[in-house]
Design a protein around this ligand. Structure first.
Ligand code: SAM
Length: 217
């Protein structure tokens, strides 16, 4: 419960980066980690925007002895919760020595390794289109060839804000939609609507299946 209250407080205090009022549900966590759950060999996994660890707990169920997990979280209050989680959660504790937390924005976080899976909880619809472009480029650059990206947005919310929001919000969201559409056409693997989440969510899975420097800018 402490984590949910902290999440709610951060949702108010740092609305722009938290981008949600409640942690994601188990159903959304299972959907977004679907590809990780199906992995058949040791993997490097990057989770971006773990918050209080809704997806981290699910990833933990699928960690094997040779896997590595890196968490990148911008909010130091969430980082403290994650640190505690890693030390005390039974499925995470046993992999502690191969889990690293970086407190930084993902766009500048010091990451040199490549990852087989990137799981993102970032609220992209809250950001400037230029930042969304930069983050997606970074995700692609951080992925191994054939690496997978899974992320979500609230179902239908962008469209709703595009029709009801102010002109500035509309054109910002229209640009974000266009950026995502270009990537999705090139790399889209699967989509899933998760109704058992508040609010319902759309999960996208992409596969970066060609060397970097491809046509998507
Ligand atoms: C919608 S919350 C998702 C939290 C959690 N994954 C969940 O689903 O309950 C977004 C998270 O992304 C983090 N975040 C926002 N911008 C970030 C950035 N540029 N780099 C890393 N983390 C970021 C926020 O602090 C927050 O924890």
């Amino acid at each position: 419960m402490f984590e949910k209250v902290l999440f709610l407080k951060q949702a108010v205090r740092r609305h722009h980066t938290t981008g949600a009022i409640w942690p994601s549900s188990g159903a959304l966590a299972r959907s977004i980690t679907r590809l990780v759950a199906a992995k058949s060999r040791p993997a490097r996994i990057l989770e971006v925007g773990p918050g209080t660890g809704a997806f981290t707990r699910e990833i933990a169920q699928h960690l094997c002895p040779d896997d590595e997990l890196v968490l990148v979280e911008i909010n130091p209050d969430f980082v403290a919760v994650l640190q505690h989680l890693i030390e005390h959660h039974p499925a995470l504790r046993q992999h502690q020595d191969r889990i690293r937390i970086i407190c930084a924005p993902v766009e500048t976080a010091p990451l040199s390794a490549k990852f087989d899976y990137v799981i993102s909880g970032l609220p992209l619809n809250n950001f400037d289109p230029a930042l969304v472009r930069r983050i997606l480029r970074r995700f692609r650059a951080l992925a191994e060839p054939g690496g997978k990206l899974s992320f979500f947005e609230y179902y239908g919310l962008r469209r709703l804000r595009m029709s009801l929001g102010r002109q500035q919000t509309r054109s910002r969201l229209r640009e974000i939609e266009a950026v995502i559409r270009v990537y999705e056409r090139r790399y889209g693997l699967a989509r899933e609507v998760v109704l058992r989440n508040f609010p319902p969510a759309l999960v996208r899975h992409w596969c970066f299946d060609e060397p970097h420097g491809s046509r998507v800018r």
